[in-house]
Design a binder for this molecule. Structure first.
Ligand code: DAH
Length: 357
């Protein structure tokens, strides 16, 4: 019996698949298997022999059966392992690296300004950066002899001798877009015009190219009160503060009458600028009621229409909001600066989603 046991347990251990196991089972413990044959021999034994051999044969049968079951389970496990190994699929994805580029603070602030004014019904108008001196000056009530022309440090385009086209300049402000918008859109209208402007000037707060946003609203009953409300709403939304004091200071611009410069209350405590509190005032824009001559130059009848206008430095308010001390750095194309002050490219400023996260 020991012999039988060794043989079959050995064969079971060696069996490579279920079919092999099944033939071992039939040969060992099947109805006509070796153990069954031995059982049949019990009848020929003496009762004493039978008492020993019977339980021993049953025990052998049980042992072979459980070895078969264990081996079968092991074969099933191994088959599953093999199949899983074969069908393995890499479902991981490489992490996508953050986009390398960032949004320049000027672009970001332009988007922020646009989002705020869009909410108040202003659309965006654009004009050329190279414009005639008529649009840049004359149409805005700045005639040839006017000192404002000299003050603006204008870049004039070179003209070859005998070239009689009207003189062109790099626009010194976004105000000429007022005239172009009046010509194409007529009244009533509400627009802002963001864009680059040029003046021959260079120091910590001046660069030869910088950015402004012009605002213009024309209707039959527009007043300084509307201007004040719009600017207050703008400043609150832009600087993301609840209350702001604005100070309107009487001023002079050729293209507005009356004219006002607007300051916002701020503090410089500890060297950092806080908008909306403190005892200091900071000038942020020029504004006023559009001069009748300017409306006329744009083809709009000043007896039927009136409007307000304002012009604001985008770079300036960007410096204020984001604590950028030197204007020149905006245009140095220094990658370290751009990565530090730049904005995530997928984060579009909206009033509901937040302007600057
Ligand atoms: N164009 C002026 C400048 O560049 C700014 C300005 C002042 C624009 C008053 C306006 C305004 O529309 O009404 O200095």
């Amino acid at each position: 019996m020991d012999d039988l046991k060794q043989r079959y347990l050995g064969q079971i251990a060696e069996a490579g698949d279920e079919a092999a196991l099944e033939s071992i089972r039939l040969a060992a413990v099947g109805k006509k298997g070796e153990v069954a044959l031995k059982m049949r021999e019990l009848g020929k034994m003496t009762p004493e022999e039978r008492q020993v051999a019977g339980p021993a044969l049953n025990a052998l049968k049980d042992e072979i059966n459980s070895a078969l079951a264990a081996k079968k389970a092991a074969l099933v496990d191994a088959a599953l392992d093999a199949r899983l190994r074969e069908e393995w699929l890499d479902v991981t994805l490489h992490a996508r690296s953050r986009p390398r580029g960032t949004i320049h603070p000027i672009s970001q602030v332009t988007e922020e300004v646009t989002a705020i004014f869009a909410e108040m019904g202003f659309s965006v108008a654009e004009g050329p950066r190279i414009d005639t001196d008529w649009y840049n000056f004359d149409a805005l009530n700045i005639p040839g002899h006017h000192p404002a022309r000299a003050e603006m440090d204008t870049f004039y385009m070179h003209r070859a001798e005998g070239d009689n086209r009207p003189p062109h300049v790099l626009r010194t402000h976004t105000s000429p877009v007022q005239i172009r918008a009046m010509e194409t859109m007529g009244a009533p209208m509400r627009i802002i015009c963001p864009g680059g402007v040029y003046r021959a000037d260079y120091d910590q707060t001046h660069t030869p190219m910088f950015h402004q946003v012009e605002g213009l609203a024309i209707d039959t009953d527009i007043s300084m009160a509307n201007l004040k409300w719009v600017l207050e709403e703008f400043v609150k939304a832009f600087f993301e503060v609840d209350g702001v004091d604005l100070r309107f200071r009487a001023s002079h611009f050729p293209f507005t009458e009356p004219s006002a410069e607007v300051d916002i209350r701020c503090s410089w405590e500890g060297g950092t600028l806080k908008v909306g509190e403190g005892d200091d005032w900071l000038e942020i824009l020029g504004s006023g009621m559009v001069h009748p001559k300017v409306l006329k130059a744009g083809g709009i009848d000043p007896d039927s229409w009136q409007g307000f206008a304002f012009g604001m430095g985008i770079d300036r308010i960007a410096m204020l909001k984001y604590g950028i001390p030197d204007l020149r750095a905006f245009f140095d194309s220094d990658l370290r600066w751009l990565r530090h002050y730049g904005f995530a490219s997928l984060d579009q400023p909206t009033l509901h989603g937040g302007l600057s996260r």
